[in-house]
Design a protein around this ligand. Structure first.
Ligand SMILES: Nc1ncnc2c1ncn2[C@@H]1O[C@H](COP(=O)(O)OP(=O)(O)O)[C@@H](O)[C@H]1O
Ligand SMILES: [Mg+2]
Length: 494
């Protein structure tokens, strides 16, 4: 049997306690109020900037506590010393060994009182909470920074929870929708969408939630419609993203009011359409004017020249054979007259081939093909289907001009042997193809400064709302493909 141990003395208890503190490496103090001494654990002395050597003086704390925090600290300790408060928890700054100020939590408690009831021992701990505080500051700061960004964004930013109730509504959203945050927070997102889109929208968000992707534009390519407080609908561009925080799924929609952009786009399209119509009208007027001058040249001038020629022939016939001087002059006059007739014809035809008006597109194209092949020395194969033989205006004039420019180019630039011109009516469209076997158009030719032939073709096609493709293959020729729709007024009769 073992002998019972002696009950530990107070001193032994204190020693045990200190031993435990030492082993645990805690920053603690043990304040003997009566003796006015403080035991500070090695951890405490090692971490904080206490003066070297024994450190038992009560007011040593002054050296390590931030001057701003010290008065309050001292007052609290005085209260404890006087026994007015039982315990204290303070958050103060202490100077660490490296000289930096760190936030600590200072806890103190009265653990023993003397016979007179006054505190005899006060013990406490010091915990470094600087990291926690900094973390808290950082979190607050980043939260504020995020709030700032969200609020200064030009786009509306709206978050909704899983039930599609609004949880965030930034300044831009207030401005765009006309609501105060208090009017919308916690309300269903549906209040910002015209009712006829509710179902569709709800489904869209649900599907998006299931899809699990993190972000995407809403209804890609399509303008979504939203609803202002006053009931006005407006087009928006929107994208949606989803996040999960601690098991809670939420969606964020970023959107932009695009009414202005849409209106500008419509106005621009309208302006373009107006301009196109104006071009058609001015081209038509010019063709008509050309036609009038051409006819006058041909009819009036042509006839006068013909009668002059006849008079000259009569003169020649009635001039004595031996009058050399007269005959020579007459011959010279005839030659000038002939070239004047030819020039008149040429000018007239260039202005506008009267054949186009008198005999139709087919005849005019045939004449053009023959004339250019004679001028440039290549063969022109012309194929026109029946439906296109008598195209109405303004198509006929434009087709004629496009073929004319293409053939001139083939003669001037391509050194072609053969040019094929094909004109067909396919559905509600005219297809015109001009293909030569010359040197081939280069891509940079399409932008050649001061050249207006190809530009003119494009413009003609554009004002007729058609399309054109021009392409060259070096050494293997050039192809021009034109598609022209029949104008609406010719609907039903190609
Ligand atoms: N059929 C073609 N073959 C080869 N090059 C061509 C052809 N058509 C046009 N080009 C090139 O494209 C340029 C621009 O043509 P265009 O606009 O008709 O102006 P221009 O005939 O007054 O030079 C020409 O200068 C020429 O270099
Ligand atoms: Mg040209």
């Amino acid at each position: 049997m073992m002998a019972p141990l002696d009950p530990p003395t107070t001193q032994a208890k204190a020693d045990c306690w200190r031993e435990a503190v030492l082993t645990a490496g805690l920053a603690v103090f043990d304040w003997d109020v009566g003796e006015r001494r403080i035991y500070r654990s090695p951890e405490m002395l090692a971490n904080w900037d206490y003066a070297p050597g024994p450190n038992e003086a009560v007011d040593s704390a002054r050296a390590v506590i931030h001057p701003d925090d010290y008065p309050d600290f001292w007052a609290r300790m005085k209260d404890m010393e006087a026994g007015i408060v039982e315990r204290a928890v303070l958050e103060i700054r202490m100077r660490a060994r490296d000289g930096s100020w760190r936030w600590v939590r200072w806890r103190a408690r009265i653990v023993a009182r003397g016979d007179d009831g006054r505190p005899a021992r006060i013990v406490g701990t010091v915990n470094d909470i600087d990291e926690i505080w900094k973390g808290r500051d950082l979190a607050r700061e980043s939260q504020m920074r995020l709030q700032g960004i969200v609020d200064s964004a030009m786009d509306a930013i709206i978050s909704v929870d899983r039930d599609q109730r609004i949880t965030l509504f930034n300044r831009a959203a207030e401005r765009i929708f006309g609501y105060e945050p208090l009017e919308v927070l916690g309300q269903p997102l549906a209040m910002l969408i015209p009712s006829r889109f509710h179902q569709q929208h709800h489904r869209h968000v649900e599907e998006f939630g299931r899809a699990g992707v993190s972000s995407r534009p809403m209804m890609a390519q399509r303008i979504v419609t939203a609803l202002r407080k006053g009931g006005e609908e407006f087009p928006i561009d929107a994208s949606i993203s989803q996040n999960e925080i601690r098991g809670h799924r939420f969606f964020t929609v970023i959107l932009r009011d695009v009414s202005l952009r849409e209106r500008t786009r419509r106005e621009l399209a309208q302006a373009r359409e107006d301009l196109r119509e104006l071009s058609v009208a001015s081209r038509t007027a010019r063709e008509q004017e050309n036609s009038r001058i051409s006819r006058e040249l041909h009819d009036e001038l042509g006839q006068n020249l013909t009668s002059l020629k006849m008079d000259l022939a009569w003169l020649e016939a009635n001039t004595p054979r031996d009058d050399g001087k007269f005959l020579k002059t007459i011959a010279a006059m005839r030659s000038v007259l002939d070239s004047t007739v030819a020039a008149t014809r040429r000018i007239s035809a260039d202005l506008r081939p009267l054949m186009l008006d008198d005999l139709g597109l087919m005849a005019a194209l045939e004449w053009l093909a023959e004339d250019t092949s004679r001028r440039h020395g290549f063969t022109v194969q012309l194929a026109v289907d029946e439906a296109s033989e008598n195209l109405a205006e303004p198509l006929a004039s434009q087709v004629y001009r496009i073929v004319q420019e293409s053939l001139t180019n083939a003669g001037r630039h391509a050194a072609a042997q053969k040019v094929r011109v094909t004109l067909r009516t396919i559905g509600r469209e005219i297809h015109l193809d001009v293909v030569d076997d010359g040197r081939g158009l280069a891509p940079e030719d399409l932008q050649k400064k001061g050249s207006f032939g190809l530009v003119g073709i494009r413009e003609r096609v554009y004002i007729l709302a058609g399309s054109v493709e021009m392409r060259g293959d070096a050494g293997h020729g050039t192809e021009i493909h034109v598609r022209l729709p029949f104008p609406a007024i010719h609907e039903g009769s190609p």
